[in-house]
Write a protein that binds this ligand. Structure first.
Ligand SMILES: Cc1cc2nc3c(=O)[nH]c(=O)nc-3n(C[C@H](O)[C@H](O)[C@H](O)COP(=O)(O)OP(=O)(O)OC[C@H]3O[C@@H](n4cnc5c(N)ncnc54)[C@H](O)[C@@H]3O)c2cc1C
Length: 557
């Protein structure tokens, strides 16, 4: 995703024959700690291993993090993606690894997409059945036109997309730097409500836009978030062209763990992250401190301590204060503010396995499929139908929700959730007995209830640009005081495109550059890296002169 905050072509950087850079030979084998075996941690570890360094990965839970795929008890090969499940093809750094590791993908059945045979929109008790967008009543076309007009008229959508497609960095930055100053303090809802197009269209159109949205479905739970977050999504085409990973998203982190890269510095052929770790990552990190010898010391929950020249933390950054005892002076007070102000979306998903893709059966009375991909203003909000092929059990994602809609499920058991979800669907499809097709137990998740995540993914609130800019640019440490160097942040919530796995990859690559640089290495002049280009077209700072000063000890003056 050529993100307007930092339109660095990570895909070109990755594909360049000169590679991502190198460290001096005397650093070969140097251990670097990576906190978290999610996608970001594994990409970081994989690339550091290729440079001849020795990544040491710590993981509190499962390898894969939020790319977690669960199998149903009754048929473990039938799977459900509990976190990331649909990946836009514009995420080219993400697909560099998917394709490079030989994973196959398939089109994801989003509402009204070509791979979705039918979609039902049910709002305020009225039901609309559509095979394509054209089948929808004029009202929905008016809503779509109002949205298109709002982003074009108020936010240079067409010009920005053209510049992104042409990788015209200067134009992207010129447009974006003006927009972010204008919109940093505007909510998504404020943007919609204040746009001429939606003002003229009226409240019903704004409401329907929130319920039905664009690309992936309803977006009204995003209404309180900064409009900048939404603009990033639409500019980069993250809202469409979605594919899922065959066999489940967790196959990507697993493949990174098991892959023996073709060319590597220092390590013998056949070396993998798995072999470097003797089959399993280290355990959960409890503490990070600066040791008296200047190295960074990691203490595991089980008590084991080890010292490192560099540490990359890829867990949700809130965890650095809530679950990991992180020495305060490792980050400037302004960085701690940025970490603490992170805003995470809540999210829940509930899946059931069914005997077959029965939804394709045709109702003889209506000539329509008996059940469709469904967007509704009822509790479920969005129901996705996941076909595994004829003759195989299929999966229904009964409900995928965010924020308030996710919190409504939080205190309920899986069975209670399913009962309510089936009740909602019964109101929309009175003739269909979904329960009679269900096999075994449901699978449900609420990411905010998991202490190793505490939320699904980041989404900035108005006024948060400054925090994101600090987090994102922290990997370039030449202006930091010595005692704050060597610890790097990466992962979904450090990226400008949180909620998309591509950001976990690209911030991991930033951390790789940071570690390489910290250990005296550099990129080839033919293939400058993210840190080499950050000053040229990186995210601009909106920070005013510091209100608080850092005296070098981390204490606020
Ligand atoms: C519900 C949901 C839906 C999503 N949908 C999509 C989608 O459709 N498309 C898309 O592109 N992206 C999607 N995403 C985002 C995508 O999943 C993330 O961007 C990506 O998986 C984040 O990877 P990461 O490595 O940054 O973080 P994580 O995957 O969170 O990895 C961090 C790791 O750190 C570990 N950890 C935590 N504490 C400690 C500790 N003390 N010590 C050691 N380890 C620790 C965690 O267990 C975790 O494994 C979704 C995410 C969620 C939650």
């Amino acid at each position: 995703m050529l993100n307007p905050d930092f339109p660095f072509s990570y895909d070109h950087f990755l594909a360049h024959p000169a590679g991502l850079g190198s460290v001096p030979e005397e650093q070969y084998g140097t251990e670097v700690a990576i906190i978290g075996a999610g996608l970001s941690g594994l990409v970081t570890a994989f690339e550091l291993m290729k440079m001849g360094l020795k990544p040491v990965i710590y993981e509190a839970d499962q390898l894969g993090g939020r790319l977690r795929t669960a199998g149903f008890d009754a048929a473990p090969h039938v799977v459900a993606d509990l976190g990331g499940m649909r990946f836009p093809v514009s995420g080219k750094a993400f697909y560099h690894y998917v394709d490079g590791l030989g994973l196959s993908t398939e089109a994801f059945p989003n509402p009204l997409s070509a791979s979705t045979s039918s979609t039902v929109i049910e709002l305020a008790g009225a039901k609309y059945y559509a095979r394509t967008e054209d089948d929808l009543p004029e009202f929905f076309h008016e809503v779509a036109r109002a949205w298109r007009a709002a982003i074009n008229d108020e936010a240079d959508f067409a010009a920005m997309q053209e510049a992104i497609k042409a990788r015209d960095t200067a134009t992207i930055k010129r447009l974006w730097n003006a927009l972010l100053v204008r919109f940093d303090e505007e909510t998504f809802y404020g943007f919609i409500a204040n746009s001429e197009a939606f003002k003229q269209a009226g409240f019903a159109h704004r409401e329907a836009f929130g319920q039905v949205g664009f690309g992936t479905g309803g977006w009204d739970t995003d209404f309180p978030n900064s409009i900048l977050e939404i603009l990033r999504v639409v500019y980069t085409d993250a809202d469409g062209g979605h594919r899922s990973i065959s066999g489940g998203a967790q196959r990507l982190p697993e493949a990174l763990w098991q892959e023996a890269p073709e060319s590597m510095a220092h390590w013998p052929a056949g070396t993998t992250l798995e072999s470097l770790h003797s089959g399993a990552p280290r355990g959960a990190v409890a503490k990070v401190t600066r040791a008296p010898d200047g190295t960074l010391e990691i203490t595991e929950r089980c008590g084991r301590r080890d010292r490192y020249a560099a540490v990359v933390s890829t867990c949700q950054s809130w965890l650095l204060s809530t679950r990991i005892d992180t020495q305060e002076s490792l980050f400037a007070p302004s960085m701690w503010t940025a970490i603490e102000r992170s805003h995470y979306m809540q999210s829940s998903k509930t899946f059931v396995m069914v005997d077959r893709p029965f939804w394709k059966d045709i109702d003889p009375e209506t000539g329509q499929e008996v059940l469709s991909m469904t967007l509704t203003d009822r509790l479920n909000r969005a129901t996705y139908l996941l076909d595994n092929g004829e003759g195989k059990p299929a999966v229904i994602l009964l409900s995928y929700t965010w924020n308030d809609d996710a919190l409504k499920w939080l205190s309920l058991s899986a069975e209670e959730r399913v009962e309510l979800m089936l009740h909602s669907l019964k109101q929309i499809y009175p003739k269909v007995d979904i329960a009679s097709h269900i096999i075994g137990s449901p699978i449900t998740v609420s990411w905010e209830a998991d202490p190793n995540f505490m939320g699904a993914f980041k989404a900035n609130l108005p006024g948060h640009y400054r925090y994101q800019q600090r987090l994102f640019t922290h990997f370039k440490q030449d202006e930091l005081p010595e005692h704050q160097r060597g610890i790097f942040l990466a992962g979904d919530d450090v990226s400008f495109t949180a909620g998309w796995a591509d950001g976990a990859v690209t911030t991991g690559l930033n951390a790789v550059w940071g570690v390489m640089n910290h250990l005296g290495g550099a990129c080839s002049p033919d293939n400058p890296g993210p840190g080499d280009k950050l000053a040229e077209f990186g995210p601009i700072s909106l920070d005013e002169p510091a209100l608080v000063e850092d005296d070098g000890t981390g204490a606020i003056q």
